[in-house]
Design a binder for this molecule. Structure first.
Ligand SMILES: NC(=O)c1ccc[n+]([C@@H]2O[C@H](COP(=O)([O-])OP(=O)(O)OC[C@H]3O[C@@H](n4cnc5c(N)ncnc54)[C@H](O)[C@@H]3O)[C@@H](O)[C@H]2O)c1
Length: 426
C-alpha cells in the first residue's frame, strides 16, 4: 500500500444509506466534510440521529467530521465523493437531476489536483459523458490535466448486519492509471476487503448495473414459476428447497421487488440500450413480472374478502418497508398493495416497527391506520405478512394467528413461517 498523499479533507456529497456510512468510516482516518442539501437531515445528524437507523449514536462520537448544508465548506476539500439518489421518473426514465445538481455544486469548488468520485448507481457512460462535461464547464478545468475522475459503485445492503461497508469487496475505477492508484489509496484505509481495480469507469458503472439486473431477472423468473406452480397446487418453497440441492442451482425466492436498486437500476440500462438502438426485452419483461406481483397479491386478497361478503373488512398488514429489517420505504410494493386494497369497505391496519406514521402520509387516511400496538379487541379478517422482518419471526406464528378472526385468512407472502400455518404464500 503506497503512502497516502493527501493531507486535506474528503467531502461526501449526499448523506443517505450510501453516503453516511462512508463519511463515518472515512472520518476515522481523514478530515471529512459531510454535505447534504437537506437541512433537516443535517440537524439530525449533528445530534447523532440517523433516521435510516444504519449508524448508531455512539458511532457519531469523536469523529473528525463536519455535517453541513453549506456548500461553501466544500472549498476545504480535495476529494469529492458523490452519493446522491439516482431514481426514475414515473415514465421509468432515469432522473439524473440530483446527480447533475450535485455535480454542479462540486464543479464550483473543484481545484487543480482534486479527485471526484461517483458512487451513485448510473448507466455506463453517465459519469464521463454526462457528469464530466458539467464538471469541466462549471470549474473551467480539464479532466486528467487538472483533476481526476473516478467511479466506485456501492454494494452495501442496509438491514444486513453481516455485510458492513469495510467487509465488502470494493470496485474502483479512474480516468487515469495514476488516478486509480490514488483512489486505491483513499479507499484502502476504510475497505478491509479486496479492492478491485476495474479497467475503466464504464466497466465499473456497467458491473454495478449488471449485478442488479441479474438479481431482478432471477427473482422475476422465480416469481413467474411460483405463479405457475400455484396453479398446479405445488408449493414453490418445497420446489425451491428440492431444486437447490443441485450444486449449481441459484437459490432465489419469490417476492416483492422494491427499493432504490433492483426496482430501478434495470431501467437505467434499458434506457441507455434504447438510445443505442439495442433491445433489452428480457430485462424489461423481468421488471414487468416483478411489478405485477403487488396486483397479484391484492387481487387474491380481494377475492377472499368478496367471498366472505362482510359489511366491512379488517385487514392487518405486517411490514410496509421495501425490505426486511430496514426503514426504507422507497418503491415499497407493500404500499402498492395498500393502495390497491384501499376502499370504503376495507379498514387497513399497518404495523411496522421499522418505520413511523409520519413517513406514510401518502397511504394513510381514515380507513388506513398505522398502529404501534395491537388492540386486544381487534381481530382481523385477513393478515398479510408482507415483509420478512426478524421481529415478526420473533412474535411467532401463534401470536400472529391469534390476531385473526376464527375463519380469518393468513397470507404469508414470503413464506416466513411453515406453510402449514398459512392459507396462502407466493
Ligand atoms: N440504498 C442502498 O442500499 C444503495 C446501495 C448501493 C447503491 N446505491 C446507490 O447510491 C446512491 C445513493 O442512494 P441512497 O440510498 O444513499 O440515497 P438516499 O436517498 O438515502 O440519500 C441520498 C442523499 O442525498 C441527498 N442529496 C440529494 N441531492 C443532493 C445534492 N445535490 N447535494 C447534496 N446532497 C444531495 C439527499 O438529501 C439524501 O440525504 C443511488 O444512486 C443508489 O442507487 C444505494
Amino acid at each position: 500500500m503506497s503512502k497516502h498523499p493527501f493531507k486535506s479533507s474528503i467531502a461526501v456529497i449526499g448523506l443517505g444509506y450510501v453516503g453516511l456510512p462512508l463519511a463515518i468510516e472515512f472520518s476515522k482516518f481523514y478530515k471529512v466534510v459531510a454535505f447534504d442539501i437537506s437541512l433537516k437531515k443535517i440537524i439530525s445528524l449533528r445530534k447523532g440521529i440517523d433516521d435510516n437507523l444504519v449508524i448508531k449514536k455512539k458511532d457519531f462520537k469523536k469523529k473528525n467530521i463536519l455535517f453541513t448544508n453549506d456548500s461553501k465548506v466544500l472549498q476545504q476539500s480535495n476529494i469529492f465523493i458523490i452519493c446522491v439518489p439516482t431514481p426514475i421518473y414515473s415514465n421509468f426514465k432515469p432522473n439524473l437531476s440530483y446527480i447533475v445538481k450535485a455535480t454542479r455544486t462540486v464543479g464550483k469548488f473543484l481545484k487543480k489536483g482534486d479527485i471526484v468520485i461517483y458512487e451513485s448507481t448510473v448507466f455506463p457512460g453517465c459519469t464521463e459523458d454526462i457528469c464530466n462535461p458539467i464538471l469541466e464547464k462549471v470549474s473551467k478545468l480539464k479532466i486528467n490535466k487538472d483533476y481526476i475522475l473516478g467511479y466506485s459503485p456501492e454494494r452495501i445492503n442496509p438491514g444486513d448486519k453481516k455485510k458492513k461497508l469495510s467487509r465488502i469487496t470494493k470496485i474502483i475505477s479512474a480516468s487515469t492509471r495514476s488516478g486509480l492508484i490514488k483512489i486505491y489509496d483513499i479507499y484502502s484505509k476504510v475497505i478491509k476487503a479486496k479492492i478491485y481495480k476495474a479497467q475503466s469507469i464504464k466497466v465499473a458503472e456497467a458491473s454495478k448495473i449488471l449485478e442488479n439486473v441479474q438479481r431482478s431477472i432471477n427473482i422475476s423468473l422465480i416469481n413467474e414459476v411460483s405463479v405457475i406452480f400455484k396453479k398446479m397446487e405445488i408449493n414453490s418453497k418445497d420446489v425451491l428447497n428440492a431444486a437447490k440441492t443441485k450444486w449449481n442451482f441459484m437459490d432465489y425466492r419469490p417476492g416483492l421487488v422494491g427499493g432504490h436498486c433492483i426496482a430501478v437500476d434495470p431501467y437505467y440500462l434499458a434506457y441507455k440500450a434504447k438510445k443505442l438502438g439495442v433491445s433489452s426485452k428480457l430485462i424489461l419483461s423481468g421488471q414487468k413480472i416483478n411489478e405485477k406481483m403487488p396486483k397479484l397479491i391484492s387481487d387474491k386478497v380481494k377475492k377472499i374478502l368478496n367471498s366472505k361478503n362482510l359489511n366491512s373488512n379488517k385487514i392487518l398488514i405486517l411490514g410496509v418497508t421495501f425490505k426486511e429489517n430496514c426503514p426504507d420505504l422507497r418503491q415499497s410494493k407493500v404500499i402498492s398493495i395498500i393502495k390497491n386494497l384501499s376502499n370504503k369497505k376495507n379498514k387497513i391496519f399497518i404495523y411496522d416497527p421499522w418505520t413511523k406514521k409520519k413517513f406514510l402520509k401518502k397511504v394513510l387516511n381514515k380507513n388506513n391506520k398505522f398502529i404501534n400496538k395491537f388492540d386486544p379487541r381487534y381481530k382481523f379478517d385477513i393478515i398479510i405478512i408482507a415483509v420478512n422482518h426478524s421481529i415478526f419471526k420473533k412474535m411467532g406464528i401463534k401470536k400472529i394467528r391469534n390476531l385473526l378472526k376464527k375463519d380469518g385468512y393468513l397470507y404469508d407472502v414470503k413464506n416466513i413461517f411453515h406453510q402449514k400455518y398459512s392459507n396462502e404464500t407466493l
